[in-house]
Design a protein around this ligand. Structure first.
Ligand code: PRT
Ligand code: ZN
Length: 224
């Protein structure tokens, strides 16, 4: 029976977790939130919530481990490109674009440097957590560069002498400014999205999905 439970993957802790919880709760889910549990049970519906790192969510959907997931388009697209190279399945269905988690993946360079366009990055080192999105953009621009892969502290890389430029997520721009960097080119714009695995759902699960989508659409309409 447990495999028939509708499973939703969400970020355990981070920038998407509060608003994702709010979204699910305003759909009527009573989530039993006991700290540090991977799986949180929903008390009033046949749903389990998997609380994981955001980076794991696209793979859980594409490997058909969960039915729904809430994740940033940046992570979804980066994972898609990575899995395509590895020959892994990349299927998913977009259920709805959500109204939170907005940010942009941007190229940034030290403030004191004059920006002469993306061509000026030719042959340079660029630090990023998003090597595939960065490469796709710069390939389109015909720019060759060297990737410096960092999963954190990307913004300190130029000052530390690890890279000439960075390609990182920006929302207010305060982090760039605090690190003596300036945003010079947007590479990818992102928001949170609700995605579904790309197989037909059991009828029981489809009924749950339909109910939740109706409630989400009701909220989207109510908030304009
Ligand atoms: O632990 P886990 O892997 O789950 O979390 P995480 O640390 O990888 O992700 P988290 O919680 O930081 O971000 C989750 C998602 O939120 C991202 O994938 C984006 O889709 C979205 N998001 C929205 C952001 C930002 N805004 C954002 N500003 N993600 C990260 N940032 C970081 C950015 O990397 C930089 O360090 O915030 C800093 C810049 O912010 P500003 O406001 O100073 O420009
Ligand atoms: Zn992450």
């Amino acid at each position: 029976m447990s495999t028939k439970k509708f499973r939703i993957a969400m970020q355990k802790k981070g920038r998407l977790s509060v608003e994702t919880t709010e979204l699910l709760e305003s759909c009527g889910l009573k989530i039993n939130k006991r700290e540090d549990r991977l799986i949180a049970h929903v008390e009033n519906m046949e749903i389990d919530i998997l609380r994981v790192r955001d980076d794991d969510i696209p793979g859980l959907i594409m490997d058909h481990v969960v039915d729904w997931g809430v994740v940033g388009e940046n992570v979804l697209e980066e994972t898609t490109l990575e899995r395509q190279q590895e020959g892994l399945p990349v299927g998913y269905n977009l259920v709805r674009k959500l109204d939170f988690g907005g940010c942009r993946l941007s190229l940034a360079i030290p403030v004191e440097q004059e920006w002469k366009g993306v061509q000026s990055l030719e042959g340079l080192k660029i630090a990023t957590t998003y090597p595939n999105l960065t490469k796709r953009y710069l390939d389109q621009q015909g720019v060759n560069f060297k990737t410096v892969l960092l999963t954190g502290s990307v913004e300190v890389a130029p000052r530390a002498g690890l890279a000439d430029a960075i390609c990182d997520l920006v929302s207010s721009g305060a982090t760039l400014e605090a690190n003596g960097l300036k945003e010079v080119q947007v590479v990818y714009r992102s928001k949170a999205v609700l995605i579904q695995r790309d197989q037909e759902l059991y009828p029981e699960k489809q009924a749950i999905a339909d109910t939740l989508i109706r409630r989400i659409d009701g909220m989207i309409q109510a908030h304009g």
